[in-house]
Design a protein around this ligand. Structure first.
Ligand code: AGP
Length: 369
């Protein structure tokens, strides 16, 4: 491929802004946008109806998309998911059986540990699916079914558009699995797909409005040494993704935690020197997350509140900043909330003057163990 940055300063910036377009390509590949149904051919050779469980293995950002996928497969398809980072998965001696299928998520399709987990599952007789960007990759070649994410070439070391495309594919597969297993109705399928179809428009709306605020906030964030991200439900893996993005390109130490775990340790760290980024759409978990936020506020912690219009109206707690996104359906919130998370890491890194597209010590694709 020859890819250039166009009008962008970095590939990462370009790739962030490409997301409305690439997620719509990914979605169109798996669902019928006219009828709002999943394309039955989309599940490839994997027969979800008879599966006893699903195993997922991946590294880094791809692992975090898999973790969000776990919430969806379990909720919509009532399919138990065993997931781990590939470097642990391959050595854990997980009891696996041929009535499970395995999914390997990898942008490059060449990550050594993910490939080793795939081979481990192949030995155990599982059907193998690959959620990959590079269709000619080793992981794709060694799989029974390829689920392309159609993100186009991703050059920035920090994964952005591959993440939201992986999520789009996993959401579509979870809905397909739910239909195959009879755990969601036709009406629920239509509703979920209608919500997914809103994604490109919502992403454009967010990208066109929040960037000036995020840039100003990034300037402030760059003065800190540690940042904590909190979330519940699918916002929990997203909190970890936010922390990963920030640390890999800005070199600021960051941690992502389940909001409910705050009391079990990290609360000891709260003071005015550690901003806490709370990812809290106004969903079923909102009240609980806000009560964790209250605990942060009560200890003088500085809060960056990433929420929606309903959430912003519902909380009166003082914040360092509130990033207000549109109200969105629960299934699309991880994709939409990825945008402020990515932009905040990006602008913080730009402000600090790091090599955004090729951060120190990192490789785009980790082909050795
Ligand atoms: C993400 O920003 C990282 N650079 C990294 O965690 C990456 O997602 C991981 O190495 C997995 O790569 P893959 O998707 O190509 O397998």
């Amino acid at each position: 491929y020859f890819v250039d940055k166009g009008n962008h300063r970095h590939f990462m910036e370009k790739e962030i802004h490409e997301q409305p377009e690439v997620v719509s390509h990914a979605l169109a590949h798996y669902v019928d946008l006219g009828n709002h149904t999943v394309d039955p051919a989309a599940t490839g050779l994997i027969d979800f109806s008879s599966l006893r469980g699903l195993a997922i293995s991946a590294c880094g950002t791809a692992y975090l998309s898999g973790l969000i996928g776990k919430y969806w497969f379990e909720r919509y398809a009532r399919l138990p998911v065993e997931i781990d980072v590939a470097s642990e998965f391959r050595y854990r001696e997980i009891p696996l059986s041929a009535d499970q299928a395995a999914l390997f998520i990898s942008q490059s399709g060449e990550t050594a540990d993910t490939l080793a987990s795939l081979r481990y599952c192949r030995e155990a007789g599982l059907k193998i699916g690959a959620v990959v960007n590079v269709k000619e990759s080793t992981i794709a070649r060694e799989s029974d079914a390829i689920f392309p994410i159609l993100a186009g070439p991703e050059i920035g070391v920090a994964s952005t558009k591959a993440f939201t495309c992986q999520l789009t594919v996993l959401a579509s597969l979870a809905i397909a699995a739910g239909r195959a297993r009879g755990t969601i109705s036709e009406a629920e399928e239509k509703q979920l797909i209608k919500s997914l179809a809103e994604m490109p428009r919502l992403m454009n709306a967010v990208l066109n409005t929040i960037e000036p605020q995020i840039e100003a906030l990034a300037r402030e964030l760059s003065r800190y040494k540690d940042v904590l991200y909190l979330g519940r439900g699918t916002s929990y893996p997203l909190a970890m993704e936010g922390a990963l993005k920030l640390k890999e390109i800005s070199y600021i130490h960051a941690e992502g935690y389940a909001a409910g775990e705050l009391k079990h340790g990290p609360i000891a760290l709260i003071d005015e020197n550690m901003p806490v980024i709370v990812i809290a759409p106004h969903d079923r978990f909102f009240e609980k997350t806000v009560s964790n936020m209250q605990e942060v506020a009560a200890r003088g912690g500085k809060i960056i509140f990433v929420t929606d219009e309903k959430g912003a109206a519902a909380s009166k707690l003082p914040t360092m900043a509130t990033i207000t996104l549109p109200n969105v359906a629960e299934i699309v919130s991880p994709m939409i909330y990825s945008l402020p998370i990515q932009l905040l890491a990006y602008h913080t890194a730009v402000f600090m003057g790091t090599d955004v597209d090729q951060p120190r010590n990192l490789a785009k694709s980790v082909t050795v163990e």
